[in-house]
Ligand binder design. Structure first.
Ligand SMILES: [Zn+2]
Length: 85
């Protein structure tokens, strides 16, 4: 594996990571989040791909209410909420 010490390299890795969430687990997601923090990279929309609380790939009931989108995590039940644009 190549070195990922540059910010550019880290950004590339993060983008690739979130292209598909199919085979990702909590450990992978925590690792990529740490990488982003280390390089001061904002995850932006990528943050919506995993649960804020348990870091599992986010899937579950989706509700839209008063300009907010709520996805209830099917793993831990935490309600992830975002303001819609
Ligand atoms: Zn969760």
């Amino acid at each position: 594996m190549k070195s990922k010490s540059t910010k550019e390299g880290a950004e590339k890795e993060i983008k690739n990571f979130f292209k598909t969430m199919n085979n990702k687990n909590v450990k992978d997601i925590k690792k990529i989040k740490r990488l982003a923090m280390k390089h001061n990279i904002k995850l932006g929309n990528f943050r919506k791909k995993f649960c804020k609380k348990c870091y599992n790939p986010l899937k579950g009931k989706t509700r839209i209410n008063k300009g907010f989108k709520t996805i209830e995590c099917s793993e831990c039940g935490y309600k992830n909420r975002w303001k819609m644009d």
